[in-house]
Write a protein that binds this ligand. Structure first.
Ligand SMILES: *Cc1c(COP(=O)(O)O)cnc(C)c1O
Length: 427
């Protein structure tokens, strides 16, 4: 039986979500729209199979075809990023990061990462997260203008001697200098983990430098700029050793340590439908037009940043080099929460965000975070960014005027109808 015959409630909610995605402007920088091929693989019978272990070394029978799928995903990941080892099993970005810490650290060891409220991720040592609770967490921040503070990073490292340095961000609009982070890690003999969740697609397109050859371990989600299904990968160099031998925590052993951290460390059965969809997404990302896609994401972000700056908005670090920007709304006398709500009524989806040295609270912060990956997937270019920048300004100036916001929503709907998404799809 089809979904809409067996469960109309779920089908109806999915149809509403589909229509929300089709008729609105999706500007949350961590979101994207996967291709129909990726969707098809994700909705496949791969979900039925248990296959704990790795290709050629499973704890279950009947794995010959999921081995093919996982090998395709692993080989494509290795070729695309230029590494010799890829683990494609982490269920999500958080799981990839937890596995890396589980692989390299003992409980109580010291790690150092960027503070969430300055653009880092909660898995980089936020006290209420696993990473801040089970390890001693040292947090670096940014300089007054919002750029990553490598000076502070170095002095904190020398003082606290972390065993793991984490670099990477979730709300950071500038190029990250992986080499500077390497110098900090080397100064204290620490491992360096680069979390490229947000910029993975831009690394593939050459719009952001790659940490390959610099970081010891690279973690990434597959569903952000990389435009794959929800999922993650851990990339490194070296080769895993044969199972069951005890391995020391050394640089050479990282591939083995990572594989064992995923299973039996923190996960059970791989999500084979997800792995199949990751394989498809990696094939798509290896095509020449993906490079164009990455370049356009950045062009769009720079255009939008210029439009907003012209309208008197203050951007953290003064602009963007990548796919996102953080707008500090303090000079507009409105909060991030109010703006998130107002833009939502105007059909523009964004998320509220803290700004460096946040004077308010994370639940009602001073900023919003805006990104262009999803709009770029729809085919929007600089001209649309000009128009959208104008609507964002209009919506923020009139944040409490619901009639005005509804009229912007009508215009948004008209624009999105010119950039079709999932034509003919229905649940
Ligand atoms: C999104 C993100 C993650 C977590 O990914 P989930 O799939 O949401 O668990 C980890 N690190 C960074 C830097 C991210 O941006």
């Amino acid at each position: 039986m089809k979904l809409n015959e067996i469960d109309q409630e779920v089908a109806e909610a999915l149809n509403h979500e589909l229509s929300r995605e089709q008729t609105g402007l999706e500007m949350i920088p961590s979101e994207n729209f996967v291709s129909e091929a990726v969707l098809e693989a994700l909705g496949s019978i791969g979900t039925n199979k248990y296959s704990e272990g790795y290709p050629g070394a499973r704890y279950y029978g009947g794995c010959e075809w999921v081995d093919v799928i996982e090998n395709l995903a692993r080989d494509r990941a290795k070729a695309l990023f230029g590494v010799t080892h890829a683990n494609v099993q982490p269920a999500s970005g958080c799981a990839a990061n937890i596995a890396t810490m589980f692989a390299l650290l003992e409980p109580g060891d010291t790690l150092m990462g960027m503070n969430l409220f300055y653009g880092g991720h909660m898995t980089h040592g936020l006290p209420v997260n696993f990473s801040g609770r089970y390890y001693k967490s040292i947090q670096y921040t940014s300089t007054k203008d919002g750029t990553m503070d490598f000076g502070q990073m170095m002095s904190l490292a020398l003082e606290h001697k972390p065993k793991l340095v984490i670099v990477g961000a979730t709300a950071y609009p500038r190029i990250i200098d992986w080499q500077k982070a390497r110098e900090v890690a080397d100064a204290v003999g620490a491992f360096l983990m680069a979390d490229v969740a947000h910029v993975a697609g831009l690394i593939v397109s050459g719009d952001h430098p790659s940490p390959v050859g610099i970081a010891d371990v690279i973690t990434t989600t597959t569903h952000k700029t990389l435009r794959g299904p929800r999922g993650a990968m851990i990339l490194c160099n070296g080769n895993p050793s044969t199972p069951l031998k005890k391995v020391e925590v050394t640089r050479e052993n990282i591939p083995t340590l990572i594989d064992r951290a995923i299973i039996p460390g923190i996960q059970g059965g791989p999500h084979n439908h997800q792995t199949a969809a990751i394989a498809v997404a990696l094939k798509e990302a290896a095509q020449p037009d993906f490079k164009e896609y990455g370049h356009q994401i950045v062009k769009n972000a720079k255009t939008l940043a210029a439009v907003l700056t012209r309208q008197g908005f203050e951007l953290v670090t003064g602009g963007t080099d990548n796919h996102l920007m953080v707008v500090n709304l303090t000079n507009k006398n409105v909060s991030g929460k109010q703006v998130e709500h107002a833009l939502g009524l105007a059909g523009i989806t964004v998320n509220k965000n803290t700004v460096p040295f946040e004077p308010r609270t994370p639940f009602d912060p001073s900023g919003i975070r805006l990104g262009t990956p999803a709009l770029t997937t729809r085919g929007m270019k600089e001209a649309e960014m000009e128009t959208i920048g104008g609507w964002i300004d209009e919506a923020i100036v009139n944040w409490s005027d619901e009639a005005k916001l509804a009229s912007i929503k009508t215009a948004v709907k008209e624009m999105t109808s010119r950039f079709p998404l999932y034509v003919g799809l229905k649940y």
